[in-house]
Design a protein around this ligand. Sequence first.
Ligand SMILES: [Zn+2]
Length: 261
Amino acid sequence: MPEGDTVWNTARVLERALTGDVLTGSDFRVPALATTDLAGWTVTESASRGKHLLLRLTHADEAMTLHSHLRMDGAWRAYAPGERWTGRPAHLIRVVLKSKRSAAVGYHLHELSLVPTAEEDTLVGHLGPDLLGADWDPAEAVRRIAAKPDVSIAAALLDQRNLAGVGNLYKAETLFLRGLWPWTPVADVPDLTATVTLAQKLVASNRGRWTQTTTGSLRRGQTSYVYGRRAQPCRRCGAAVQKAEQDERVTYWCPHCQPKP
Ligand SMILES: [Zn+2]
């Protein structure tokens, strides 16, 4: 599940593949950018902001940012020249960026757009503090969450305007570890600071690898407490993990460890 850590890792893939390179060609396979040609542009920086990817490029005195979002199923892969592009089926390719040493291929990307770097805020300015940003600010995240006291804590954690980078996996796992029933209104959460701090720790701990774990185990089937474990025994108390729809997403929780207040 692409959440803040996956997006951060993807930004590093693009950084290693392209930063410092002059692009020798580009191939956009989305209608809005079909005529765009980035040949001659230099890739200066690859950054992530929450779940958004920002690839910054310059050409003479112009600076542009290529924005993409992975949502549930997008991915970027980098290949050496001549290497086969084996990441995904070719019909899912949305863009290819080539330099002398790499080809970066974007599969099933969403919100692909090219904007002047000075206008990045039109794409990411609404986001709350970035869990993996140098400017991560738990107090600001808490302030934003607390401003809507009637919203469930699960929805508040997923709202990227509050804090940027938590998806469904880290939401469910954070709530389990804090003993919070997912439908608990923000106003009734005893310690919001501890909640956002834990979410940040979980996401940050998975930087640099593709397997996401919240339990500390990287073994298949043992990487989460409740996420993806419907009807399986809670790792702490043995009760059957529950799954339900919540605001058009699914959530998982242990009815014993996360009791309804
Ligand atoms: Zn339990």
